[in-house]
Design a protein around this ligand. Sequence first.
Ligand SMILES: *Cc1c(COP(=O)(O)O)cnc(C)c1O
Length: 371
Amino acid sequence: MSSIYEKYNLKQVINASGRMTILGVSTPRPEVVEAVNTGMNHYFEMKDLVNKTGEYIAKLLGVEGATVVACASAGIAQSIAAVLVKDDDWLLENLHVTPVENNEIVLPKGHNVNFGAPVGTMVALGGGKLVEAGYANECSPEQLAAAITPRTAAILYIKSHHCVQKSMLNVKQAAEVARSHNLPLIVDAAAEEDLQRYYHDGGDLVIYSGAKAIEGPTSGLVIGKKQYVEWVKRQAYGIGRAMKVGKEGILGLTCAIEHYLTATKESGQQMVDKMTPFIESLNTLKGVSARVVWDAAGRDIARTEIKFDEAATGIATGDLVQALKQGEYAIYFRGYKANEGIIEADVRSVSAQQLDIIYRRIKELTAGETA
Ligand SMILES: *Cc1c(COP(=O)(O)O)cnc(C)c1O
């Protein structure tokens, strides 16, 4: 397979950044690759495939309905379109001819994020008009309710580490507001690991990215109340056609979900064990201090936090992050705090051998070992 890198003159990547779209997200297990392969090699009545795999996934998850889409972003756009169009045949084909009358989608202001593309772009693709509730740093159930008008079509909640976390209502509270105003609640849980929680918390439609936590092929999953999922499926004949999911994606994701639910996944403690020798080596370097930190969103994920004392390393951390991408291997970290001299390594997709390569590269780029 390394010939692919040679043939197209591609850079080899060490991914210590987690599930990042810019690096190809994840590497599915062989069973999932096999399911994709089977999909590629056969014909199906596509409607039948969509319905039967949807029922299968719904049963696995204990939810009313499920359907596979092209990606989570497509899931957001089609979910918005679904709650606006519902069963309307004319609107299905004419969603963007004129704005739908009551198309306001209310979301907490601190959830109006850019996850690689803006949430608002997906809402607009689905024919919705974003309305922010609360403030950049807070949104209570009362503040969410205050933004609802007769033109509101749905409430959108983004469950993500990208969002403001403090002074923010939770999914259950958002569901109560939605219920009391007779509105559907759409939850974007793209990168989340729990495939049932937000449905049980009251999401009418809950959206996941297929290649992130689930480690499926490029795809997305929408689960929810039966009627709403049926409306999402109808969008295949409207805007959904511009984000078509193929048989390989449908079969690959269905297989990945089944494995995801049964496989014992790497625990935070196992990640700690894997990164401990790496941390010990890093701590021998001048101006470098490393330690274990836990996921800010509360998931069972441990990461290595590496802190640089720029006066001692002799290189600005931002420059170091760039240099790490420029060597023989492009090494990617989570660089959210590079401006504070801190980077984080997510070791889930990194082998022990690659951790050693990373250590040696950091040693090369900084002042080296302490005497
Ligand atoms: C990754 C992500 C998305 C988009 O998922 P895709 O499957 O890449 O379209 C949407 N929302 C959030 C919060 C995400 O983290």
